[in-house]
Write a protein of this length. Sequence first.
Length: 115
Amino acid sequence: MKKLLILLCMIPSFVFAEEVINETRTVSCVNKENIYKLVGDFDEAPFIRALNSPVLGVPIFNPLVIFVNSKTGSFSVVEKVEEQKYCILAVGVSFEPVPAEIVQRFNDDRIKEKL
């Protein structure tokens, strides 16, 4: 768990490594009851919560929750955009921690870049 949180904290470093390209995507948005039904259908439970900035560099933050089924590895990333409006930003499978050796290699590469 600790290693996963460390990796998630490193994500902003990836974003600023190269020029930012804005992309528009269509997402599905529903009310709170339907979000709970959707994640419930896959037996997903809240795993991580954070504040998400939907536009890079704009200081507006929306609550975001990653729901995970620890047995199947399915997950859903849900952002609350209005009082009763929740948008599904991503769904998927194979949710698992990053192996320690990959995290170490990533950290080693970052240190080399700074030298």
